[in-house]
Design a protein around this ligand. Structure first.
Ligand code: PHE
Length: 320
């Protein structure tokens, strides 16, 4: 019996086949039960002998079953049979990374302006209140300085609330005009997060200071920039506006898909600001503008929720 059982065990190809063998020998109606039934008809002496034999048989079969079970389990868990891999199938290509739409937009705007003679430099994201506000004619009673709008770090320092903070730094850095300069990067404001607000956003700020700079020069640069980005027939709309550091000031909209969309703030640099940057305001004039890069990227790619720009979801990023 043990031999027959061992053969069946060895022949089993799967766990379910093995279980059939177990039932056949050790089950309620199995072969071992048949033998046990014979016990009744034996003398006490013979019973003891035969009982012992039955136990050994049972144990042998049990051991056989357990060993085979481990074998089969290992086989089933050991993954694909290497021999079975079809080496002629095409492989899975490693997907290359792709650039964030914000970065491509930023680089494009930058390179257009470099082409127009503006220099590019990075400036600190942790800025002094002086450069972020005071130097830009934004006194400490101004609502923009309220704790609700700015992230303060250490005393006297803020996470820059706009890239305009670079303006008087650049004037000081580069000495007397003429000066054509820009910067771009992260800005921070305390905002409730929704589809169009996020506490981090990106701006690009530009200044031009020279003799006889006028609002017409500003318009010319903006049309150059806009037509490079949106095509030759681009339409811009200038709306009178207010910024503490420019006068006159304007907000500028671009016509896109039949709608006016606000993309930047601009104006002629106020004398107070020139003076704060060490520039003689009797002699020099300048214009400045600041562009919202997140909006720009969203407009160009038809993105409707700013949060998507910061979640870095692969499915979103792969589209660009
Ligand atoms: N800094 C302004 C803003 O964040 C934009 C601006 C830049 C306006 C330069 C005028 C000149 O809204």
């Amino acid at each position: 019996l043990v031999e027959a059982a061992m053969e069946s065990i060895a022949a089993a190809q799967s766990l379910s086949e093995l279980d059939e063998v177990r039932v056949q020998y050790l089950g309620k109606k199995g072969k071992l039960k048949d033998l046990q039934a014979q016990l009744k008809s034996l003398s006490p002496e013979e019973k003891r002998e035969f009982g012992k034999t039955l136990n050994t048989i049972k144990q042998s079969i049990q051991t056989g079953l357990t060993e085979k079970k481990t074998q089969l389990e290992e086989k089933e868990n050991s993954g694909p049979d290497l021999e079975a891999i079809d080496v002629t199938l095409p492989g899975v290509r490693a997907l290359p990374g792709c650039r964030h739409p914000l970065m491509t937009t930023m680089d494009e705007v930058k390179s257009i302006l470099i082409g127009l003679g503006f220099r590019y430099d990075d400036y600190p994201e942790v800025e002094t209140e002086f450069f972020n506000f005071d130097a830009l004619n934004t006194p400490d009673w101004h609502p923009a300085r309220d704790m609700h709008d700015s992230f303060y770090t250490t005393k006297g320092n803020v996470l820059r609330t706009h890239t305009s903070a670079f303006q008087t730094r650049a004037m000081k850095n580069f000495g007397p005009p003429p000066l054509r300069a820009m910067t771009s990067g992260r800005c921070y404001r305390r905002d409730e997060i929704d589809a169009s607000h996020f506490p981090i956003f990106h701006q690009l700020d530009v200044i031009a200071i020279d003799e006889n700079i006028s609002f017409a020069d500003l318009k010319w640069v903006l049309y150059q920039l806009a037509s490079s980005l949106f095509g030759k027939d681009v339409q811009l709309r200038f709306r009178p506006s207010y910024f503490p550091f420019t006068t006159p000031s304007a907000e500028v909209d671009v016509m896109f898909n039949g709608k006016w969309l606000e993309i930047l703030g601009a104006g002629m640099i106020r004398p107070e600001v020139l003076e704060a940057g060490g520039v003689d305001s009797e002699k020099w004039q300048g214009f400045a503008f600041g562009l919202g890069l997140d909006r720009m990227a969203m407009i160009r790619h038809g993105i409707t929720d700013i949060r998507l720009m910061y979640e870095n979801e692969e499915a979103f990023l792969r589209q660009f």
